[in-house]
Ligand binder design. Structure first.
Ligand code: SF4
Length: 259
């Protein structure tokens, strides 16, 4: 199995056609994965297979390493277009996430004021006041909502907490008053003997209704790109993703599809 465990706290930069030069910030330990979800498609693998022994980087270490990397990139004349919080798990689960966002914005303003700060989160901690306030400060608050069907969520995203409630998650997304980008994974295939295709009307229709309620600034839909820990998952086709994207746009919400 070739899943990816990212270095910590800084990785990349990664060059992407969509984002430009993206410098990654990973708030998880460098030797494993810690997440409040355990998605069957996670490129970092299953939680149980990658339990870390190291600790998370401290707020000070993140600021120090980020500043050193930005100085290096400035010297090389190749500053990042985006600073992206992602990596081996859920970034908002770091106990000093809010302070780290403040430091990052300060460093961004000092070294690369045109760069955007993006956070990729699964939304499980976004109702915590300090996390919520921090997410309001970043340029791209990208929150995951793969479906609104609780059975599908338990089968595919597999929240670690038994109290996960998708209705509450939708309310949290609404509470950003449009300062939110919803990110949704569409795929086909199976996990064990169970179907995980969420591209049909049973899933897309109610998800679209939730989007109309959330009123995000944008929706990003995507599909499997790298090897997944569950090997029977399949990509959604271009045509399927384009059709879903067009329905979101018809509903008056900006939407992009990545294949
Ligand atoms: S939310 Fe992201 S990091 Fe966490 S298990 Fe899912 S894909 Fe992996």
């Amino acid at each position: 199995m070739s899943t990816v465990i990212y270095p910590s706290p800084i990785f990349g930069p990664v060059h992407s056609r969509r984002l430009g030069i993206s410098l990654g910030i990973n708030l998880m330990p460098a030797d494993g994965k810690v997440c409040t979800f355990d998605c069957i498609y996670c490129e970092c693998g299953f939680n149980a297979d990658h339990r870390p022994k190291l600790r998370r980087p401290t707020r000070e270490e993140v600021a120090e390493k980020l500043e050193a990397k930005l100085k290096e990139m400035k010297t090389e004349g190749q500053l990042p277009d985006v600073l992206t919080f992602a990596g081996n798990g859920e970034p908002t689960a770091h106990p000093h996430f809010a302070g780290i966002i403040d430091d990052t914005i300060e460093l961004r303003d000092k070294y690369c004021p045109k760069a955007k700060v993006s956070v990729l989160s699964n939304t499980t901690m976004a109702d915590r006041p300090e996390v919520h306030a921090a997410l309001l400060k970043v340029d791209n608050n990208i929150l995951k909502l793969d479906t609104v069907d609780p059975d599908y969520i338990n089968k595919v995203d597999r929240p670690v907490s038994k109290t996960y409630d998708v209705k509450k998650i939708i309310e949290t997304m609404k509470s950003f008053n449009g300062h939110v980008i919803v990110q949704t994974m569409f795929m086909r295939g199976k996990t064990g003997s169970e179907d995980v295709d969420n591209t049909g009307e049973k899933y897309v229709g109610p998800w679209l209704e939730a989007l109309k309620d959330i009123k995000p600034q944008q929706v990003m839909i995507y599909t499997i790109d790298r090897e997944t820990p569950d090997h029977d998952l399949l990509k959604a086709s271009h045509e399927t993703l384009d059709a879903i994207r067009d329905r979101v746009i018809e509903a008056g919400i900006s939407c992009t599809a990545s294949y």
